[in-house]
Design a protein around this ligand. Structure first.
Ligand code: ADP
Ligand code: MG
Length: 257
């Protein structure tokens, strides 16, 4: 059985996509089979893993709206052992279209049930909103991984985010839990970054990963080559940080299994 984890924070630009690509690639390198589902109409995870988002046969849109079997949408990526259900801008319409459909919050869960036995980990990249696409991700997941950027107002919006998780837990997915919190874009030269780490650790007692992701230009460059940083520059600080995070993630999530 796979463990399904949503990467969720309704703020944009906090490192969700960077985390899903590089954590996924680092876990794939450890001989675990990984499926990533891109549920963001921006499709940055899709292009960051080497797929052309203008040229997709089927995508997350078809799976949610047309109930196309998930196996028809799964493609290989540039990262070892990492597979993908890709997405593109077509998915932007799904938020509105889903409202009219039956079981609109359960569609991703239903689709993923077909492949639970084939993957060790399924990661779902959420869009920067609290709408029905994100709800689909949370309903389909065992847990939520929350990236938080080390910047001013890091905790702004966090209470809404936690409220959304609680709402889904109460109404649609009672076993949903917080997997962990990843601090991203840390700059050790600034007091601000150090303060944010303290604040976030106080807020999410015991849930914050020890591996912190530094600001690293290699992480920002890698997606333009369609590669994870682990394939683009394995010796970079960004790659090392995500490899450490993967080890910590695997240790903790396997304890919970
Ligand atoms: P989200 O998916 O939450 O919107 P992204 O992962 O796309 O956030 O990150 C936003 C931008 O910041 C992207 O251009 C990405 O390349 C860059 N970025 C993310 N994490 C880092 C990092 N640790 N160091 C440098 N740049 C980063
Ligand atoms: Mg993103």
């Amino acid at each position: 059985m796979s463990r399904t984890v949503s990467i969720f924070n309704q703020k944009g630009g906090v490192g969700k996509t960077t985390t899903i690509i590089n954590l996924g690639a680092a876990i794939g390198k450890k001989n675990k089979k990984v499926l990533i589902v891109d549920v963001d109409p921006q499709g940055n995870t899709t292009s960051g893993l080497g797929l052309n988002k203008r040229n997709l046969n089927t995508s997350t849109y078809d799976l949610l709206i047309n109930e196309t079997p998930i196996k028809e949408s799964i493609v290989k990526t540039s990262a070892e052992n990492v597979f993908l259900v890709p997405s593109n801008v077509e998915l932007a319409g799904a938020e509105v279209e889903l409202v009219k459909l039956e079981n609109r919050e359960l569609r991703l869960k239903k689709a993923l049930e077909e492949v639970y036995s084939e993957y060790d980990y399924i990661f779902v990249d959420c869009p920067p909103s609290l709408g029905v696409l994100s709800i689909n991700a949370l309903v389909a997941s065992n847990s939520v991984l929350i990236p938080i950027q080390c910047e001013y107002y890091a905790l702004e919006g966090v209470s809404q985010l936690v409220d959304t998780i609680k709402l889904v837990k109460r109404s649609l997915n009672p076993s949903l839990e917080i997997e962990g919190v990843v601090l991203s874009m840390f700059d050790g030269r600034t007091n601000l970054s150090i303060q944010v780490v303290d604040e976030v650790k106080k807020h999410f007692r015991g849930k914050v990963y020890t591996s912190i992701i530094p600001r690293n230009v290699r992480l920002a460059e890698a997606p333009s080559y369609g590669l994870s940083v682990i394939d683009y520059d394995p010796k970079s600080r960004g790659a090392e940080a995500y490899i450490d995070l993967a080890e910590e993630f695997l240790e903790l999530s396997e304890e919970e299994f």
